[in-house]
Design a protein. Sequence first.
Lengths: 238, 238
Amino acid sequence: MATTRIPTGNLLLNALPPRVLRALAPSEEDHIITDVLLSPEQTPESVFFPHFGAVVSIIRATESGAMVEAGVVGHEGMFNIHTVITTPAPTGSEALVQIDGRVSRVDAALMREHFRKDERVRDLLLSFTSLFLHQVTQNLLCNRLHAIEQRLAKWLLIIRDRIASDELHLTQDFLSHMLGVHRPGVSIAVSALEVDGLISHSRNYIRIRDHSGLLARSCECSAALHADLEQFRTSIFD
Amino acid sequence: MATTRIPTGNLLLNALPPRVLRALAPSEEDHIITDVLLSPEQTPESVFFPHFGAVVSIIRATESGAMVEAGVVGHEGMFNIHTVITTPAPTGSEALVQIDGRVSRVDAALMREHFRKDERVRDLLLSFTSLFLHQVTQNLLCNRLHAIEQRLAKWLLIIRDRIASDELHLTQDFLSHMLGVHRPGVSIAVSALEVDGLISHSRNYIRIRDHSGLLARSCECSAALHADLEQFRTSIFD
DNA sequence: ATACGTCCGTATGATTGCGAACACAATCCG
DNA sequence: CGGATTGTGTTCGCAATCATACGGACGTAT
């Protein structure tokens, strides 16, 4: 495991020039988040940087309320990027839901300012943008072509990559929304993984027992996403 | 129709400062493309700007050869963006396939150079990046939640938006790959749309007969994607 | 302790889409 | 003109998933 890196804070913030970090400080606050951070149709005036252990799901919803997760962001990244890389933001019709714990909030306008002026800041955030876009297209393929069980395994591993823990506290109903499938389908997939000893679970709880077994059981997307993330993590320390 | 805009060339190139356009000229060439432009695993050293009438599909493939379209790019955009917004490009594991006709090729390193130095160039390309990311997440949702028939209708309208023609020359086999479904499914969907007079078709050919009927038959994604595109088109003429 | 809300396992039938196969039609080519 | 190739329509059986529903388990508040 090459992941013995600073296991706290946010990698992007950590990598910012100290000068910039100080300049952002007045608008930066830490929050403990527990639910929705941004609803669609609303122009965000903040950007968020999850800390280690916090994971945020970027989701899209239909008019009828169905939803799917487009990607996840942990301490390697940020969200509301689009309001930083473009003008004040036409609209961010993506909504975000939280999974775990703690984020830094920075004023979007201020962040945008530094993004425009500072090449180092720009390179960092754009590098993440590229990573995220890649992740989303991978998920698009996965959502279309792979089975529930494999996608569940993938999802668990993706989250594990970002929290370094094998314990997850979430409901299967929540999972069904993330995967964009029906709840009973999740129930069946969870049971299938459990009988093979890959995970164990109870109410509001899933525990990964056999990490590499899960990887083998999941689709190729798991390894691809993991590799991309690791490469990004190391590239940040150029 | 507010689409009485310069119906030729590429909108991004057109919007670049003349000075930059001249600087790019030495590396710019026009091509008539007819097939694959970039295979995965390969670091692209060119970026491409489709002209009006040309449409390129950005696709992802699994190890086993199955593929899905992540999004399309017409004369409103470009592809291989990731090699411009980030460093020389780790790898672009996306592959691209062509649908229609004519593109301008520009050296990636040169483009990157101007992207770094010129704020106007940067704003333009980043604006498109944001549009594209939004398109991909919309498609991700659509791929997961909507039926073949609706997605086919959507796809036809998306392409129509970019070529201003109601005639498409393509095989149903190709379509099945884009939609990520099996071919007989396309055959059935095509027939279903035809009996209602929305399209007509023959070998290698589909013709849109009732554009607004198709829109009604398709999922909400059609309208959303169309609106995003129109807004982008107008925003380029700030 | 009881009651209620939430969460989970499971069952059922309906439906959609897959996988494979085949025949026919159109096109190309010698 | 006849054969090969490619694209298309269709079929059949099967697997996965949906839609719905019910009952039980758990946790918490009263």
